[in-house]
Write a protein that binds this ligand. Structure first.
Ligand code: ATP
Length: 241
C-alpha cells in the first residue's frame, strides 16, 4: 500500500491554546478515512494543514512524499472547505470553469469534468443560474463539484454532506466508494454523522487536539465494547457531537 498522506508529530497552537498535539496519521491510496470528534477538537485545523492552508508549529505534513505547503501538490488535492468560497455573481457553470481553468486541462477534458461533477451533485440543470440565487445545499453541492473538478488523487472534504438531502447524500457516498475502489483515490472526510463514519475504511477519533484512537469502525466498536459508533464516540469523547 502506498502512503499518500503522512502527518508526523504535528502540533499547533493558536495563542496559548493548543489545538493539535503530537498528531500522527498515515493514509493510503484506495481508502476512505473519517475524522470524527467533537466540535472544536481540531479536525478542520488538521485538514487545513494537509491542504497547506495552515502550517504546523512542530512536525510535518507530507502529501505524496512532498512536504506541505507545496503549490505543486495542489493539482493532486481536491479540498472542500466547511464554508463555501464561491463567486455569487457568476453562474454555477462559470464557477466550475473558473476553478477548472486553474489546472492543466484541455478544453474537451474541462467540458467532460464539468459534466461529470455537475451530474454527480445533481446540479446539471441549475448550472445556468447565478450562485447568489442558489440555496445553501446547492452551494455545498457546487463546492463539492469544484473539489472534484481536476480529478485529484486526494480528496479532502470537510463536512461535505451538511445541508444535502438523504437521497443525494447516498449517491455522493456511492460515488466516493467508487472513486476509492476504481480510481484508488485517498479520501478524507470530517463528519459528525455516524452513519457516514460507518462507511469509512478507517476512522481517527480526534479530541482536544489529540488522536484518541484509529481503526476500522468494527475495531473501534470492539475496542469500546459498543454497539454503534455513537456509543464509541460518547465513551471515547465523553462529550456529545
Ligand atoms: N485561526 C484561528 N485562530 C484562533 N483559534 C483558532 C483558529 N482556527 C481554529 N481555532 C480554534 O482551534 C480549535 C479547533 O478548531 P477546529 O475548527 O479545527 O475544530 P473542528 O474539530 O474542526 O470543529 P467543528 O467540528 O466544529 O468544525 C477551536 O478551539 C477553534 O476555536
Amino acid at each position: 500500500m502506498e502512503t499518500t498522506v503522512n502527518v508526523q508529530q504535528v502540533s499547533k497552537n493558536f495563542g496559548k491554546k493548543t489545538v493539535l498535539s503530537d498528531v500522527n496519521l498515515h493514509m493510503e491510496k484506495g481508502q476512505i478515512y473519517g475524522l470524527i470528534g467533537p466540535s472544536g477538537a481540531g479536525k478542520t485545523t488538521l485538514v487545513k494543514m494537509m491542504v497547506g492552508m495552515d502550517v504546523p508549529d512542530e512536525g510535518r505534513v507530507e502529501i505524496l512524499q512532498t512536504k506541505m505547503p507545496s503549490l505543486a501538490m495542489l493539482q493532486h488535492i481536491g479540498y472542500m472547505a466547511q464554508s463555501d468560497a464561491l463567486y455569487g455573481e457568476l453562474t454555477g457553470e462559470e464557477n466550475l470553469k473558473f476553478f477548472a481553468s486553474m489546472f492543466k486541462m484541455g478544453r474537451a477534458e474541462q467540458k467532460q469534468r464539468i459534466g461529470y461533477a455537475a451530474n454527480l451533485v445533481n446540479l446539471t440543470h441549475e448550472l445556468g443560474k447565478k450562485v447568489s440565487a442558489y440555496s445553501g445545499g446547492m452551494k455545498r453541492r457546487l463546492s463539492l463539484a469544484i473539489a472534484l473538478i481536476h480529478n485529484p488523487s486526494i480528496l479532502i472534504l470537510d463536512e461535505p454532506t451538511v445541508g444535502i438531502d438523504p437521497e443525494l447524500r447516498q449517491s455522493i457516498w456511492k460515488e466516493l466508494a467508487r472513486l476509492k475502489s476504481s480510481e484508488q483515490k485517498t479520501i478524507i472526510v470530517t463528519t459528525h454523522v455516524m452513519d457516514e463514519a460507518e462507511k469509512c475504511d478507517r476512522l481517527a477519533m480526534v479530541r482536544e487536539g489529540k488522536i484518541l484512537t484509529v481503526g476500522t469502525p468494527e475495531q473501534l466498536k470492539l475496542q469500546y465494547g459498543a454497539e454503534n459508533l455513537d456509543d464509541v464516540f460518547l465513551q471515547a469523547g465523553g462529550r456529545r457531537l
